[in-house]
Design a protein around this ligand. Structure first.
Ligand SMILES: NC(=O)c1ccc[n+]([C@@H]2O[C@H](COP(=O)([O-])OP(=O)(O)OC[C@H]3O[C@@H](n4cnc5c(N)ncnc54)[C@H](OP(=O)(O)O)[C@@H]3O)[C@@H](O)[C@H]2O)c1
Length: 342
């Protein structure tokens, strides 16, 4: 069948902050699926800070590949509906997730491992869940939040945990998981509205890191220090955490968004990791797929009972995807940032 689709391509690598002009949306013919493949019409696609790390000639070593200029951007999560299937196990109408987002049609091979396995074509159980939740709480965001707390042993409760970038997709979940597992949670975010939402909807202590001094805010909310820190920011945030961690404290190094569009800025006090017997543990959600089932069971139950809040900022239409990325990195979205490709 002669279908025409649209896809987002990178026109040039951004210098500093991402702008929509760095991208173009082009019309392309949609290929028919070969034997073993599935044609999916995407309905939702994900917008993630990690995309910014791939908008350069070389992505960081060990990370997902950089996006080539002038081509469709492969390796971005999407959910959609199977339109045509030539692969066993998939039928028209199935709701699926896969890793060929930022386009409205995708020909997907279920045998190909994508994004370390997290983006491999999968049929979704949408009985109790909205499809796009698999791009958020029930997908990579939930897994990253859960895995980060798991790798630093912060799921048993009884501790004080600081989470930064806390009104965003991953960390709004990490904040709630840590609290629901019995920790005291201190959250930070960059606007007063986000701080009010963290306090009222998520039930955690919170402060605006753009107001006053990070160390003073931490001292005020956690005079005895913090036992664990879930770090999505790096730089000055990580530096403040090293100062404020108690002996044998742990850091889950989830990301360092303060460095994605500018030069790294520390931490300058790394010796505290030695002097206080700290553990700094980098981790990838996609390296912890063995936790996916456990995470989904736990978070689905909390979503059903209303104990877990899952918020989204939705941009309408594929051509809004670049704008959505710029808005998200600059802090103008709350919860999971998504593009609806209705
Ligand atoms: N390890 C993994 O496998 C994995 C997987 C997914 C995501 N991540 C990482 O997790 C972090 C959060 O990702 P997400 O998808 O949940 O994004 P998000 O939190 O929904 O959006 C990013 C947020 O970061 C904050 N931010 C931006 N620049 C900042 C700065 N200079 N200082 C402090 N905060 C800043 C902004 O909120 P404010 O208004 O609060 O500033 C912004 O809304 C990122 O670092 C990402 O790379 C890691």
């Amino acid at each position: 069948m002669n279908r025409v689709g649209r896809e987002v391509r990178v026109r040039r690598y951004p210098a500093g902050a991402v702008t929509p002009d760095d991208f173009e949306v082009v019309e392309v013919p949609v290929a028919d699926p070969d034997p073993g493949q599935v044609l999916v019409r995407n309905t939702w696609t994900s917008v993630d800070p990690g995309l910014r790390l791939r908008l350069r000639p070389d992505a960081p070593a060990g990370y997902f590949a950089a996006f080539p200029l002038g081509q469709a951007m492969d390796g971005i999560m999407a959910v959609g509906e199977v339109v045509e299937s030539r692969a066993e196990g998939f039928a028209p109408g199935d709701v699926v997730s896969h890793a060929q987002g930022w386009r409205d049609y995708a020909v997907v091979d279920p045998r190909a491992t994508q994004l370390g396995g997290i983006g491999t074509l999968s049929r979704l159980d949408v009985g109790d869940a909205e499809p796009q939740w698999y791009l958020g709480a029930l997908g990579g965001m939930g897994l990253t939040a859960y895995a980060g707390l798991h790798v630093i042993d912060a799921l048993d409760g009884g501790e004080t945990v600081w989470v930064s970038a806390a009104a965003g997709a991953v960390v709004s979940l990490a904040a709630q998981i840590a609290r629901l597992r019995g920790n005291r949670v201190i959250a930070s975010a960059g606007t007063d509205d986000k701080v009010a939402w963290l306090r009222q909807a998520l039930g955690v202590d919170a402060f605006n890191y753009r107001v006053g001094d990070l160390r003073s805010s931490l001292r005020e909310l956690a005079p005895e220090g913090i036992d664990a820190y879930f770090d999505s920011v790096g730089g000055a945030h990580l530096e403040a955490a090293l100062d404020h961690l108690t002996r044998r404290g742990r850091v889950a190094m989830c990301g360092s968004i303060s460095e994605y569009e500018s030069e790294p800025s520390g931490p300058r006090n790394l010796f505290l990791a030695v002097s206080k017997d700290l553990m700094l543990r980098g981790f990838r959600g996609s390296s912890n797929l063995h936790l996916m089932a456990e995470m989904r069971d736990q978070l689905s139950a909390w979503l059903r009972s209303g104990e877990l809040v899952h918020r989204e900022t939705v941009f309408d239409g594929l051509d809004q995807a670049p704008h959505a990325l710029a808005e998200m990195i600059s802090g103008r979205t709350t919860g999971k940032t998504l593009v609806s490709i209705g």
